[in-house]
Design a protein around this ligand. Structure first.
Ligand code: GCU
Length: 332
């Protein structure tokens, strides 16, 4: 039997057409969704998406799978969300705060101290009863959020000294993600928030453009920020989820049965990622400590007090107020 294999590459999706004659259960064409990722293959989110791709392929008899491009190969998060929007790629894994540029209501999960714990975050961000239409609210702009992953908690790290109080951040230029909420938050915490993509941070700290950054232990270690900013202080100010953002046409074009498998397997991948993230964070901390970084616990109260006005300031729409009150039923 002669197999002729043609790979036709369309925007965001590779289609492999097989012209041979197959049995009834064999796939006729393979759709490969391309996913942009800004961190290395060792990251728990990479592993979760890889598992997702394998399960999708298995359950669709090889018709659908994914290809992940790690390490900002396709660009920084903001640009790759735009690429998903135009359909240049199918998906981008991006921090939730970036979505505020598409719809300000996304702010609700990006506020300081909004989640009490990772368990609380898990019970909220993939719960359709709480999230409501938020993840589909940007469909008319070309994208939808198809899953939410955890990225632990974010903490400040500096080049020269540890942080114990907001005063320790005075005059310190700290990189934050590209969102006005994140900039305002860092300014309220006592520092000077400077927004930029993740890939530029190492050099910016090294050359003195920045005095430090803020992130979880996994990213701190894997991007070697521990080498240039060895004082990591547990301010735990944010617990921002990461979203898998997908081009709406690629999502809608899947037949219903495939869509169902797609969403089921994504949920499993997100559950897996939530399970393993904390372990990975602990390993990253241990490795950074061995390499000379210093970690300190922080009294959170002064930081909570400093950023409190931001929540009221940012929760202005009915959508965000409703989500917030469902997240905190006791405070109603
Ligand atoms: C975390 C988060 C990423 C984000 C990064 C950043 O690592 O998981 O999605 O890109 O922080 O600070 O930019």
């Amino acid at each position: 039997m002669k197999n002729v294999k043609n790979t036709i590459r369309l925007a965001g999706v590779s289609i492999v057409a097989l012209s041979a004659v197959f049995g009834p259960s064999s796939a006729l064409a393979e759709t490969v969704f391309e996913i942009a990722f800004n961190q290395p293959e060792s990251h728990p989110q990479y592993k979760a998406m890889e598992r997702f791709g394998e399960a999708l392929a298995e359950r669709t008899n090889g018709e659908y799978t994914v290809k992940i491009f790690p390490n900002e190969l396709l660009g920084a998060q903001k640009e790759t969300v735009e690429m998903a929007q135009t359909g240049t790629i199918a998906m981008s894994l991006a921090a939730a705060s970036l979505l505020e540029s598409w719809n300000p209501d996304f702010v609700v999960f990006n506020l300081p101290y909004v989640f009490d714990s990772i368990e609380h975050q898990k019970s909220v961000v993939n719960n359709p009863e709480i999230v409501g239409d938020l993840y589909n609210s940007v469909a008319d702009q070309g994208i939808v959020v198809v899953a939410a992953f955890t990225a632990g908690s974010r903490n400040v790290y500096l080049k020269d000294h540890p942080v114990n109080t907001p005063e320790d951040l005075a005059g310190q230029k700290i990189r934050v993600m590209q969102s006005q909420t994140n900039i305002d938050m860092m300014n309220m915490m006592g520092g000077n928030g400077i927004a930029m993509g993740q890939g530029e941070v190492y050099t910016a700290i090294q050359t003195g453009v920045l005095d430090g950054g803020e992130n979880n232990e996994v990213t701190y270690w894997s991007l070697k920020h521990s080498e240039i900013a060895p004082y990591f202080s547990y301010t735990q100010h944010l617990m921002i989820p990461d979203y898998l953002v997908m081009n709406v046409d690629y999502f809608e074009d899947m037949p219903d049965d495939v869509k169902q498998i797609f969403l089921e397997e994504l949920q499993k991948a997100a559950d897996y990622e939530f399970e393993v993230f904390a372990e990975d964070a602990a390993k990253s901390r241990a490795l950074a400590e061995e390499a000379g970084a210093q970690f300190n616990d922080v009294d959170l109260q002064p930081f909570r007090d400093a950023v409190r006005p931001l929540t009221e300031e940012k929760l202005t729409s009915d959508v965000t107020k409703k989500i917030y009150s469902q997240m905190h039923p006791a405070s109603e």
